[in-house]
Design a protein around this ligand. Sequence first.
Ligand SMILES: Nc1ncnc2c1ncn2[C@@H]1O[C@H](COP(=O)(O)OP(=O)(O)OP(=O)(O)O)[C@@H](O)[C@H]1O
Length: 319
Amino acid sequence: MIEVHELTKRYGERTAVDRLSFAVRPGRVTGFLGPNGAGKSTTMRLVLGLDTPSGGSSWIGGRPYRSLPAPLCAVGSLLDAKGVHGGRSARAHLAGLAAANRLPRRRVDEVLELVGLDPATAGRRTRGFSLGMGQRLGIAAALLGDPEVLMLDEPVNGLDTDGIRWIRELMKSLAAEGRTVFLSSHLMSELELTVEQLIIIGRGRLLADTPMRDFIERHSQAGALVRSPEPERLREVLVAAGATVRPDARGGWLATGPSAAAIGELARANDLTLSELTPHRSSLEEVYTAMVASATEYRGRAEERGRAAGRRDTGEAGE
Ligand SMILES: Nc1ncnc2c1ncn2[C@@H]1O[C@H](COP(=O)(O)OP(=O)(O)OP(=O)(O)O)[C@@H](O)[C@H]1O
């Protein structure tokens, strides 16, 4: 388990992480989501003892990282896949880590096999590695100590479709073994397929800590994919009923606002034949984008109110 309590990190004037509290539980994959600069990497660095917090605390398996007796056996992490000495081979890199952490040498071969780096590749200098091979090596290093907790920042970066599918299955199987798996990704379609629980932050603050399914269901807009032999008339009817209508790639309309049942009624009332009417479930990306937009709007209004109150307090005239 990873626990974070009132964690805060300031860099000069900038607050990168702002009184953040959450727990990442074992047995499921938890995704860490937030726009660029939201504070995800900083949070992970703080939990891993790579940076000192300005306030608050964090624990891995009930202990602060810096007091873990064998850190590599408690938590495996991947923060920067390029943070490897380029002149060494992948095998030498892992062997060095194993020796420094008093881990049996056989773990090197085990993790190389687990991440799909064959002996020839493992013997090559990592300087020539593609981003995807570097990611696999980074994951091998994270798994070396057979840790209970895994914390990975953008693990699918640079991987092709097969590599992405491989990571997804690996993360799920590690969680199914009862481990705590915490990963960030900006690929929302991928997170949606991999993750059960979501922790969302914005400007260093917690915006949501929720099961993925609940998050999508709660924030989904009613709607449907709808198709008719008379597409233009269908669009007019939908728009007149207040629906937001977007073209679908296969020649139909994606209508949000009215439910699929209401669209069916509308078609009947207007004597329109429908060739398809499929209730539409919002994707994580759609729900997340709408949530961030409304959070930004809310913050904008709050800041505006704050400025207006400030002007009243100081007797300042409006802009
Ligand atoms: N060493 C540092 N010195 C000054 N500011 C920093 C430092 N590290 C991070 N920041 C700032 O803290 C904020 C959070 O950055 P962080 O990298 O944690 O965000 P992130 O959510 O991981 O973003 P991304 O998805 O772009 O990696 C940003 O505004 C960033 O500029």
